[in-house]
Design a protein around this ligand. Sequence first.
Ligand code: MD3
Ligand code: FE
Length: 209
Amino acid sequence: LELAPGVVHVPGWLGSDEQRELVAACREWARGPVPIRHTRLPRGGVMSVQTVCVGWHWQPYRYSRTADDVNGLPVAPFPDWLVRRGRQAVARAYGASAAAERYTPDTALINFYDGDARMGMHQDKDERSSAPVVSLSIGDTCVFRVGNTETRNRPYQDVELVSGDLLVFGGPSRYIHHGVPKVRTGTADPDCGLGSGRLNITLRETGLG
Ligand code: MD3
Ligand code: FE
């Protein structure tokens, strides 16, 4: 389902086995080498979402190999199986193509939302590559807000992201404003492997060497 040019939503793309595999991998990454944490913003704020990174470490507003804002350690390497998942996702969204086969995500941002966590409207502009962003949702349903490239405000549309859903952002929508205004506590698929809360995994190409 194409929500806007280049924005494709595939409800239920991940089965419960695949969701549990991803949850297990994320639990491991959340332990270290760089533990999951609430990202500190340069102006003193703290994000309500908890984040752990794989491949490259993101901190507002740049990528690095080591987590200078946490414990200084290099983040876990980006696994090949996750590159293949990313290619499958792009092929599912846009159709099998040479472009889908060339897609080589090198960073994953793993966000955990408890019932009170939110993500304000923002654009993702820290990647040097304009390749698509692949988003996988597991656990509690959320309200995801898809806005426009020009402003953080209206017009926007609200979409519910459910456990197992795939969302791919590319082409003209790569630099769209987006956010997560609400998590619906207690709505998780009991078979997804996550007791409560919401997990979102985004795969990206940083375009960095
Ligand atoms: C559209 N995450 O990590 S996923 C983020 O659910 C982020 O945790 C949200 O926004 C979450 O930056 C939304 C969907 C998503 C992710 C990245 C995008 C949509 C995007 C990048 C560009 C355009
Ligand atoms: Fe984002």
